[in-house]
Design a protein around this ligand. Structure first.
Ligand SMILES: Cc1ncc(COP(=O)(O)O)c(C=O)c1O
Length: 380
């Protein structure tokens, strides 16, 4: 593990061939007719949208999903002219930009359906839409009991091209019973769509935690995959659970100071840690300004020279102090690994999240712009 350049103090390494392998495994596990919609919102979960989107396309994903029109336009800038679904509601003043670019807008209410249809009619165009049904997530989507009216509006609107219908599970990684209930509500609702129309729609619900086995009888014909393509394993209940994705991202920073401190010294802000022995400490050039949460203070570990070194005291904006007493060779310039492998050891995203009181999506998305993204393109 070397620093990517003399200037780099904190960086993430993104293993692009690992993305290829993960996409390959997921595609192989999915029935052929199921389309792979790659979720690349929030700068491809912090990995860097342009590089990751290009790689995902090469790896054979069918379409992209992003949060909003600005993210979708960034995809156009990297040369993606294909299907792009906007997952979040579209603001009235964003509709023109989204529709003119040919993105797939999500309809979350009757009002949105009417507004998109009116724009299409006024401009002699068909706005491409997916209807999102809220089956129990309580966030975006039209509440399922009101979905029939939206279906009818879309069917009756010449200004709309109905391309898909979907829902989102709130607890797919933890509660199979609740997920089954959401799925049932959604499947029952699909019956309200005329069969000839339904046959042409993209019908999707599952994310990486998907529990659906996609039998031939299943009407689902697309999945929206985020986390797993970035190397995080799906939950135990998922039908993809046997797949072992390869880690994609690792996070490193350099040791900028090593010094000895006597027993009884208080370390970092608010003196939350007092050294219980004469200690050698290392100051690492990384902090919450880079994506190490203060919750990891006195709980987390960094790897230095292959050893786990505990974080001492409060994580600060630019620097974190670790205990290197048991790593006597530790020196200025050493690489400290915050996430990923060093020597025989590895700090997993799950461990990092446990120390940091956060969820995997959050750990990746909160890596800040100050952290240099380094892309590995060679095969491992
Ligand atoms: C609507 C929607 N679908 C799919 C996904 C992808 O989920 P995952 O990253 O768990 O695969 C997300 C992620 O936040 C989402 O919001």
């Amino acid at each position: 593990m070397t620093s990517p350049s003399n200037q780099s103090r904190a960086w993430v390494e993104i293993d692009l061939p690992a993305i290829d392998r993960n996409v390959g495994r997921i595609k192989q596990a999915l029935p052929r007719h199921v389309r792979y919609v790659a979720v690349v919102k929030a700068d491809a979960y912090g990995h860097g949208m342009p590089e990751v989107a290009r790689r995902l396309l090469q790896a054979g994903v069918d379409a992209f999903a992003v949060a909003n029109v600005a993210e979708a336009i960034r995809l156009r800038e990297v040369g993606h002219e294909g299907d792009t679904l906007l997952l979040s509601p579209t603001l009235p003043d964003e509709v023109a930009r989204a529709a003119e670019n040919g993105f797939d807008l999500t309809i979350n209410s009757l009002e949105e359906a009417k507004a998109f249809a009116a724009w299409g009619a006024a401009h002699g165009r068909k706005v491409r839409v997916h209807v999102k049904v809220d089956t129990g997530m309580g966030r975006a989507g039209v509440w399922h009991e009101r979905a029939h009216a939206v279906f009818a509006e879309v069917l009756a609107s010449p200004g709309l091209e109905w391309r898909g219908v979907y829902t989102h599970f709130s607890d797919a990684d933890a509660d199979a019973v609740y997920t089954a209930q959401q799925r049932r509500i959604f499947l029952d609702l699909l019956e309200a769509i005329p069969a000839a129309v339904r046959a042409k729609l993209l019908i999707h619900a599952d994310n990486s935690a998907g529990l659906e086995s996609f039998s031939a009888a299943s009407p689902f014909n697309a999945v929206r995959i985020g986390l797993m393509q970035y190397g995080l394993p799906p939950s135990a209940g998922s039908f993809l659970a046997s797949l072992k994705p390869d880690p994609v991202l690792s996070f490193h920073a350099r040791v900028v100071l090593v010094k000895d401190l006597p027993k009884g010294t208080a370390v970092s802000y608010n003196r939350t840690k007092t050294l219980g022995r004469d200690s050698r400490v290392a100051v690492v050039a990384v902090g919450y300004g880079d994506g190490v949460p203060t919750a990891a203070s006195n709980r987390g570990f960094f790897l230095v020279r292959g050893h786990r070194c505990p974080i001492l005291g409060r994580v600060t904006m630019d620097q974190t102090v670790i205990d290197v007493t048991d790593v006597p060779a530790a020196a200025v310039g050493d690489v400290a690994t915050i996430l990923g492998a060093q020597g025989a050891d590895r700090i997993t995203v799950a461990e990092f999240c446990a120390w940091s009181d956060c969820i995997p999506w959050e750990a990746l998305c909160t890596l800040t712009q100050r952290v240099q993204r380094v892309y590995r393109t060679d095969r491992t």
